[in-house]
Write a protein that binds this ligand. Structure first.
Ligand SMILES: *Cc1c(COP(=O)(O)O)cnc(C)c1O
Length: 229
């Protein structure tokens, strides 16, 4: 019956172990529970275990859950999926974070559409760290220019970088690509000098240990928290 609890605790333990293994400070890595395709009552069950941050890929599905779980205090909602212009208003009105900003035009719309009564939207730039031309994300070489433009928008706070590298086989290969992302993150942090640029969103169910070793500050975990989709 408490499969949900043991899956959740298992993920929390994996993160704790990975942080220890990497010699990093306790609580330096946040868990984002990726709830896409799972119903609101299962999200509520994970929230009841103490989880606060949830990630959704599909805007309308995410908004439906945000509305359904409105009475659960303290939840933080992250949009982590591809974002089209016609969905920016819904995102700006409902989510707390967006990890998948890859174009200035989308960022401008999010800033313009962020309601005045809400705090600024927290955003990460999605960077195409392993470089496939068909993959989402800004090219690493263009990341600084985009970051500077996004940071200047009034209703957004630029928090960092998000990556979704192709699945790599084995810890060493995973570590190599995550280390590239960490290097880019550090370069941007130095070049930008922004006080809130503190988030490196990388690592999922299959590679969170390597991501934490490389310096991830937020792992996005779906399957290992909620079960198979
Ligand atoms: C689905 C998804 C995840 C979680 O993937 P799992 O392998 O289920 O942990 C993380 N990030 C993004 C962007 C996703 O779409």
């Amino acid at each position: 019956m408490d499969e949900q609890r043991s899956r959740y605790q298992g993920v929390c333990e994996r993160i704790t172990q990975a942080v220890l293994q990497a010699g990093r400070p306790t609580h330096s890595v946040k868990l984002l529970a990726v709830s896409k395709t799972f119903p609101a009552d299962q999200v509520a069950a994970v929230a009841a275990l103490g989880q606060r941050d949830f990630g959704e890929n599909y805007v309308q599905e995410g908004v439906d859950k945000i509305v359904a779980l409105n009475s659960v205090a303290g939840l933080v909602w992250h949009c982590i999926g591809p974002l089209q212009s016609n969905k920016t208003r819904l995102v700006a009105e409902h989510f707390d974070w967006v990890h998948s900003v890859e174009r200035l035009k989308i960022a401008q719309r999010l800033s313009e559409q962020r309601p005045a009564h809400l705090p600024p939207l927290q955003v990460c730039l999605q960077v195409n760290i392993d470089g496939g031309p068909t993959k989402a994300g800004v090219a690493p070489a263009d990341a600084l220019a985009l970051a500077q433009a996004v940071a200047a928008l009034p209703r957004l706070v630029l928090r960092g970088v998000m990556t979704i590298p192709d699945a790599a086989d084995g810890f060493d290969a995973q570590l190599a690509v995550h280390t590239q992302a960490k290097r880019l993150f550090d370069e941007l942090q130095t070049a930008l000098g922004l006080p809130h640029f503190d988030t490196l969103s990388m690592g999922m169910s299959a590679d969170l240990e390597a991501a934490v070793q490389a310096g991830s500050t937020l792992v996005r975990v779906g399957t290992a928290v909620f079960g198979a989709r």
